[in-house]
Design a protein around this ligand. Structure first.
Ligand code: NAD
Length: 256
């Protein structure tokens, strides 16, 4: 059980981050939810998770594209036994047309934020005598696709940083691992379906099977619950000697 532990999950008001937060709360962890917005719904979400799982939960606004805000998030959390670096964005374009501001934003949010939150969290974990860092990388942290140079660079960077952090914490009761999802049906991915249907003149099922899941041999999306369960496992005592590695949740993508 993760009772009494506090989990900070970046980018957790939707998608995988929210799924991870839910599964950690189900295992008993207190939650710090985060995004770069701050709405009534964000605070209501924290309240409803607290009630559903009988844990404490708060929402803290912090923009993961800004290093100081990443570090301030850990400070404001008050405790940080589990750090899940999940916030991430995507942009798709050929490298010679890739907008500089998109490159910078992807590197800042998907890679630099992991540096800043981890740097701030490790002293807190060492003081507490226990810690888990789980980085949500991607199948694109292990393999590439065209037109995703920034995302692939950032996610490979996260996988590399995961290994360094694992070595630096190897003799502490702290582990650091990366989870590498294939395609997960989040609101972000769901929103791309209508456009892709129009672009290829295909029905929904064909778009999912032939376009989105073209490289996912299972021909099924991974779910946010499965991602949450994987993170919860990495936080369990069974995973105490698992560190510096990647765990793929990709329906066989990276076995191809
Ligand atoms: P999503 O858009 O549903 O969620 C992204 C989350 O990050 C949201 O909560 C958003 O508010 C937050 N976020 C974005 N910019 C932020 C910023 N500047 N500061 C703080 N928070 C910010 O996307 P998702 O699909 O749930 O993706 C979550 C993570 O999983 C990302 O790192 C993504 O790269 C990775 N991933 C997703 C898939 C997939 O198929 N959905 C596959 C592999 C990896």
């Amino acid at each position: 059980s993760l009772q009494g532990k506090t989990a900070v999950v970046t980018g957790s008001n939707s998608g995988i981050g929210l799924g991870v937060a839910r599964e950690l709360a189900r295992a008993g962890a207190n939650l710090v939810l985060n995004s770069f917005t701050e709405t009534d719904e964000d605070h209501a979400l924290a309240k409803s998770l607290a009630a559903e799982f009988d844990v404490s939960a708060k929402y803290i606004k912090a923009d993961m594209s800004i290093g100081q805000e990443c570090r301030d998030l850990i400070k404001a959390a008050g405790a940080c036994d589990i750090l899940v670096n999940n916030a991430g964005i995507q942009h798709v374009a050929p490298i010679d047309e890739f907008p500089l501001e998109k490159w910078d934003a992807i590197i800042a949010i998907n890679l630099n934020s992991v540096f800043h939150t981890t740097a701030a969290a490790l002293p807190v974990m060492r003081a507490a005598g226990w810690g888990r860092v789980v980085n949500i990388a991607s199948a694109h942290g292990l393999t590439a696709s065209p037109f995703k140079s920034a995302y692939v660079a950032a996610k490979h960077g996260v996988v590399g940083m995961t290994k360094s952090v694992a070595l630096e914490t190897a003799q502490d009761p702290i582990t650091c691992n990366a989870v590498c999802p294939g395609y997960v049906l989040t609101p972000l991915v769901e929103a791309q379906i209508p456009n892709t249907m129009a672009e290829y003149d295909m029905d929904r099922e064909t778009v999912i099977r032939e376009v989105m899941l073209a490289r996912q041999p299972s021909k099924e999306f991974a779910t946010v619950e499965q991602l949450g369960g994987t993170v919860a496992f990495l936080c369990s005592s069974a995973a105490a000697q698992i560190t510096g590695t990647t765990l793929s949740v990709d329906g066989g993508w990276t076995a191809l």
